[in-house]
Design a protein around this ligand. Structure first.
Ligand SMILES: [Zn+2]
Length: 117
C-alpha cells in the first residue's frame, strides 16, 4: 500500500526492551482515579503512597497494566509482530535502538538514525 502511495518503507526502527524490563515498567504503573495522573511505584512514586500528589485521589492499577494482561500482550507480540523484524531484517532495513536507556537518549538515537548518521 505504501509503495502505491510512493512512500515505500526504507527503515524499520525497533525499540529493543527485554520482556522483564517491560513487565517491570508496565506492572508498576498506577493511575489516579480522579485526575488520571500516572505514577510508577518504583520509578516515579507518589509522595502520598497510594494517593495522588496532585489531587489526593486514590491510585489504582488499570486492567491493561496487570501482569497477566501484559504477559498475554507480549505473547501476541512475539507470535504476530516480532516475525516482521525477521522479514525486514533479511532486507537489511531494521535498526535496533536500545529502549532501556533514558527517554532523551532514545530520542537522540532515533533522530540520528532518521538523519542517516
Ligand atoms: Zn489525581
Amino acid at each position: 500500500m505504501l509503495e502505491e502511495l510512493n512512500m515505500p518503507i526504507d527503515k524499520v526502527l525497533a525499540l529493543d526492551v527485554p520482556d522483564e524490563v517491560l513487565l517491570e515498567r508496565l506492572t508498576g504503573r498506577r493511575t489516579c482515579k480522579s485526575c488520571g495522573q500516572m505514577y510508577h511505584i518504583k520509578f516515579d512514586p507518589s509522595k502520598k503512597g497510594n494517593y495522588c500528589d496532585k489531587c489526593g485521589g486514590e491510585l489504582f492499577q488499570r486492567d491493561d497494566d496487570k501482569e497477566e494482561t501484559i504477559k498475554n500482550r507480549l505473547a501476541v507480540y512475539h507470535a504476530q509482530t516480532a516475525p516482521l523484524l525477521d522479514f525486514y531484517g533479511k532486507k537489511g532495513m531494521v535498526v535496533k535502538i536500545d529502549g532501556t536507556k533514558a527517554p532523551n537518549e532514545i530520542f537522540e538515537s532515533l533522530i540520528k538514525v532518521l538523519e542517516g548518521k
